[in-house]
Design a protein around this ligand. Structure first.
Ligand code: IMP
Length: 193
């Protein structure tokens, strides 16, 4: 079974990824390997950021590792917040500030189509691989639900009546951008082994 370091300091993502991968790989966090580092993330695409984060951890440890980066792309906002999703409301902002800014920008707009796109960069046995997962949905008029993180309270996936934040974790993980990208990575790893 492969052991992979997940290059993130986000505990929500770590929990989700462990739920998605189950017993198929061993996921080690940065604290498991006692690496206390601010991971750089200043590229102009989510693929660029995922690669930058994974390469940073690989260069520090030489271990098999992966990183993800996600963007919420809203059609009526021409793809924003996109790669700027984390700090959309400015430096030091939190999830609530970002949601507030998105809802203000979407005020009065009928076309609420949006998609979450996740890029995963895997460095395995010194080689680099990229996987993508996406999920289409729409931005709700107001936040609903207390589970999940980030923009989950305002994102309702297509063909569902609940936002990601109103769903049990297994349901979100089964259809989410991150769940899909991780499943592609797991399939690829099982072919390599
Ligand atoms: P990053 O991948 O950490 O750069 O994420 C960028 C932004 O998207 C952050 O504000 C996250 O909170 C948000 N985000 C990432 N993944 C999810 C998700 O699964 N649901 C909701 N928001 C997310």
């Amino acid at each position: 079974m492969s052991t992979l370091v997940f290059a993130t300091n986000n505990k929500h993502k770590l929990r989700e990824v462990r739920e998605i991968t189950g017993n198929s790989v061993i996921i080690r966090s940065l604290s498991d390997i006692e690496l206390d580092a601010e991971i750089p993330e200043d590229q102009e695409t989510i693929e660029g950021n995922a690669r930058q984060k994974a390469m940073f951890i690989f260069s520090k440890t030489g271990m098999d590792c992966f990183a993800d980066d996600t963007g919420l792309e809203i059609a009526a906002l021409h793809g924003r917040p996109g790669v700027y999703s984390a700090r959309y409301a400015g430096e030091g902002c939190d999830f609530a500030d970002n949601i507030k800014k998105v809802l203000e920008e979407m005020n009065g707009i009928e076309d609420r189509r949006a998609c979450f796109r996740c890029a995963i960069c895997l460095i395995f046995r010194g080689n680099e691989y990229m996987f993508e997962g996406r999920v289409n949905g729409e931005i709700t008029q107001s936040p609903s639900g207390a589970d999940g993180f980030g923009y989950d309270p305002v994102f309702r996936p297509d063909n569902h009546s609940r936002t990601f934040a109103e769903m049990p974790a297994y349901l979100k993980n089964g259809l989410s951008h991150r769940g899909r990208a991780i499943q592609k990575m797991l399939r690829y790893l099982s072919e390599l082994e």
